[in-house]
Design a protein around this ligand. Structure first.
Ligand SMILES: C[S@@+](CC[C@H](N)C(=O)[O-])C[C@H]1O[C@@H](n2cnc3c(N)ncnc32)[C@H](O)[C@@H]1O
Length: 243
């Protein structure tokens, strides 16, 4: 299957750079500080798939020394413009070579695995990320729930893509981001919870906590389905220790 990273595109990168935490994105990031304080000790962090640096700056605001890596030069250009003091590296697809010799207390991957096709590639990257962790280090893997591609949301629409309903784990799906000027659909890979569990296990990782955040009616957003269906799944992962 051919799969192109839609973020390797200057127009999309410019639009993404203006994005902070509106609507459904607020919900994605809302619980991360608490998850981190419950699971992570230390301040060295890697932001895998940092894009335009939103997630890297988020980690920095929480007190981490955060390094961002991404395969899209267009996205990194925006990250560096927004954050000239930040540390951002281009990586080749499937490789983490610029940070190979580092050790991290936390690896954050926010939405990145939505854009990584195949079990083999996912396992290889999770395995490489695990190797960068200190013994008690954690990976925070924030991914789209399959339901995001078949419902409407404060920040996304999928109504023009009824074919998403037939998609199986590993297939391409389309979604439109409604908070940005660039309304061209984003192409993602849908991936089931069962397949994430397999990928983590094969990469030598264990789930320390899983959350599926739901929105509250008291929050100041025009929620659509977010109060009853979780658009995101957040996994806190630790190294599997052989007994
Ligand atoms: C949806 S963006 C999320 C950006 C950022 N984490 C955030 O929350 O704002 C996903 C990013 O993952 C990057 N990406 C996709 N495949 C990757 C890979 N194999 N290695 C590193 N980054 C990758 C894309 O280029 C894109 O910038």
């Amino acid at each position: 299957m051919e799969f192109n990273n839609v973020y390797g595109d200057s127009q999309r990168a410019e639009a993404y750079a203006k994005l902070e935490f509106p609507g459904t994105y607020y919900l994605a990031y809302r619980d991360i500080p608490e998850l981190i304080s419950g699971h992570v000790k230390g301040t060295r962090a890697l932001d895998f798939g940092c894009g335009t640096g939103r997630s890297t700056r988020f980690l920095r605001a929480l007190g981490f020394h955060a390094t961002g890596i991404d395969i899209s030069e267009d996205m990194l250009k925006q990250a560096r413009e927004l954050d000239p003091e930040g540390e951002y590296y281009l990586v080749e697809d499937g490789s983490l070579s610029p940070v190979r010799n580092e050790a991290y207390d936390l690896v954050l991957s926010a939405f990145t695995f939505d854009n990584i096709p195949t079990m083999e590639k996912k396992v290889s990257l999770f395995d490489q990320l695990r190797e960068l962790l200190v013994d008690k280090g954690k990976i925070l893997s924030l991914v789209s729930s399959p339901e995001i591609y078949t419902h409407e949301w404060a920040s996304f629409s999928t109504r023009d893509f009824p074919e998403n309903r037939l998609a199986r784990s590993g297939d391409k799906v389309k979604i439109v981001m409604t908070d940005v000027e660039d309304r061209r659909p984003v192409e993602d890979i849908i991936w089931s919870e069962e397949d994430y569990v397999i990928a983590y296990r094969q990469a030598g990782l264990e789930i320390a906590q899983k959350t599926k955040p739901l929105a509250k009616t008291s929050e100041p957003y025009q929620w659509v389905n977010e109060t009853t269906i979780a658009p995101w799944t957040i996994y806190v992962l630790k190294k599997h220790i052989q007994q």
